[in-house]
Ligand binder design. Structure first.
Ligand code: G1P
Length: 298
């Protein structure tokens, strides 16, 4: 199973932290975001992962490489296991031309087979890994249609997402009839937002080649899916699990807090710290003693 992980974004919303460090390398608890994404791909069955990088992203490659200076440190065992279960390749996107363009950079590597796409800045926590859920739907639907993950988004967030239009053909499965990238609320055909996990047929590559720059002047994967719809069915599925979009500083802080609170090593200590130190009312100033004239003696 091949999986493409676009990780070429500039990380502007995390400056100054991302001036010389990829945003995908920001840690959540004890590991960089991109490691969670690779874990999800591997747990879903991927044995061939291609990460789309760009300038200033070398730390991503180093992270999945063997480092002699750390040797076989126990904390790295899981990371080594990942690298054994899947071969990781890299391709560079030369210019920041959007998600669609980033996926197109992997075309030659993927070839003529269905493949997964997971965003390099989104962590999904699901009992069955999200990409595996999409793949299972793909099989059940006959193995010919692309399947993308969606979630119901609140009105205030509609313009942050690709939104799909469609008909629910079975619980949680929507046959897509239209897609629009980040519409104004008034133009949104539904509240089903694309969450950033996709199982795609290789026909998407030809569509990407034909997709002109769209929103923000970038080649949008959502627009290419709209072209794909003219040739093949596309389904959207709601999924079981929680998605952590780590798109800005606050979301990153929140995700760290949630992960730490759930962690057996840190949860209890952090809860105590938050309730007893951070949450405690500020110490009251001692009452000022009123002068009674001369101090009592003795
Ligand atoms: C991308 C996609 C969008 C999708 C979103 C999910 O946008 O273009 O369709 O809804 O990911 O996070 P981005 O967040 O990269 O601007």
């Amino acid at each position: 199973m091949k999986v493409v992980i676009p990780a070429a974004g500039l990380g502007v919303r995390f400056l100054p932290a991302t001036k010389s460090m990829p945003k995908e390398m920001l840690p959540v608890l004890d590991r960089p975001i991109i490691q969670y994404v690779v874990e999800e791909a591997v747990e879903s069955g991927a044995d061939d992962i291609i990460i789309v990088t760009g300038r200033s992203k070398r730390a991503v490659e180093d992270h999945f490489d063997y480092s002699p200076e750390h040797g076989d440190h126990a904390a790295l065992a899981h990371l080594d296991e990942l690298s054994e279960r899947a071969k990781i390749f890299y391709v560079r996107q030369r210019r920041p031309r959007g998600l669609g363009d980033a996926v197109a950079c992997a075309a030659r590597h993927v070839g003529n087979e269905p493949f997964g796409v997971l965003l390099g800045d989104t962590i999904n926590v699901c009992d069955t890994p999200l990409l595996r859920q999409l793949y299972d739907h793909f099989q059940k639907l006959g193995g010919k249609a692309s399947v993308i993950a969606v979630d119901v988004v609140p009105d205030s967030k509609v313009s942050d997402y690709g939104i799909v239009a469609g008909d629910e053909v079975s619980p949680g499965v929507i046959k897509v009839t239209g897609l629009v990238e980040k519409p104004a609320l008034a133009d949104a055909p539904s509240r089903y937002g694309i969450t950033g996990a996709y199982w795609l047929t290789p026909a998407i590559f030809e569509c990407l080649r034909k997709t002109p720059p769209g929103r923000n002047g970038e080649v949008q994967l959502t627009d290419a899916l709209k072209l794909l719809l003219e040739k093949e069915p596309v389904y959207a599925v709601t999924f079981e699990g929680t998605r952590y979009d780590i798109g800005d500083k606050f979301l990153w802080l929140k995700t760290n807090l949630e992960f730490a609170l759930r962690d057996p090593q840190f949860g209890e200590r952090l809860r105590t710290f938050l309730t007893e130190e951070v949450g405690a009312p500020p110490p009251r100033r001692p009452p000022t003693r009123r002068s009674t004239g001369s101090a009592p003696v003795g």
